[in-house]
Design a protein around this ligand. Structure first.
Ligand SMILES: O=C(O)CCCCN(CCc1ccccc1OCc1ccc(-c2ccc(Oc3ccccc3)cc2)cc1)Cc1ccc(C(=O)O)cc1
Length: 183
């Protein structure tokens, strides 16, 4: 995972709980990286261990941490230099979700170590769609719930996401029913 992800976790923890809490989480995760470099590739285990340690130190479930992080990521990336990339990807929630693979392809051109998941939208209705999430990574599904919630904030759109298929329960990939209502 690119360092930008771990840097975003650090910024979320520091902004909400302070530096000391972040230091405790890094210590608990046995991560002795002083500064995460955004454009450096880091083993996914570092990210998973940071989430696990944050869950213990903050007494929140890993699911809650990942959902909060997904929501935070949308605003963080739009403020940390990817605003135009995000703007190009759509003015409305469904449009953005449909363009997510293109967004990742654009980033991947400059940063070949990117290993993006793939997103596909089907059954598109006036106020709902099915979002298919395929990834080589395990265990980040709750982040997707947060990411869609973050897009609801970005587009001032009420959004309800429920998981309708789960890889953990034997499905080929995770699937979500996304119901949205622009304000
Ligand atoms: O792998 C999984 O199964 C779950 C990953 C969920 C995280 N993605 C979230 C995608 C997303 C969904 C909804 C709304 C917005 C989203 O992301 C927008 C986005 C995506 C990627 C970047 C990005 C930009 C530069 C990156 O790397 C850098 C950073 C600085 C300098 C050089 C390279 C890495 C990711 C920025 C915004 C973004 C992403 C982040 C990192 C990677 C990766 O390191 O492979 C792949 C994808």
């Amino acid at each position: 995972m690119y360092g930008l992800v771990n840097k975003a976790i650090q910024d979320m923890v520091c902004s909400r709980f302070g530096e000391d809490t972040w230091k405790k989480i890094k210590h608990k995760a046995e991560v002795d990286v002083d500064v995460f470099l955004s454009m450096e590739g880091y083993p996914d285990d570092i990210t998973h261990n940071l989430v696990k340690a944050a869950s213990i130190i903050l007494s929140l479930s890993a699911n809650e941490i990942m959902q909060a992080f997904g929501e935070f990521w949308v605003q963080y990336t739009s403020e940390e230099g990817y605003g135009e990339l995000m703007d190009m990807s759509g003015d409305e929630l469904p449009e953005f979700l449909e363009n997510l693979d293109n967004l990742h392809a654009r980033v991947g051109v400059s940063f070949p170590k990117l290993q993006p998941p793939s997103f596909e939208c089907t059954d598109m209705e006036e106020n709902s769609l099915s979002l298919h999430y395929r990834s080589d990574r395990e265990g980040l599904t709750p982040m997707i719930l947060g990411l869609v919630k973050g897009l609801g904030n970005r587009f001032d759109t009420e959004v309800h996401v429920t998981q309708t298929q789960s890889r953990d329960e034997g499905a080929e990939h995770d699937e979500f029913l996304v119901i949205y209502k622009p304000n």
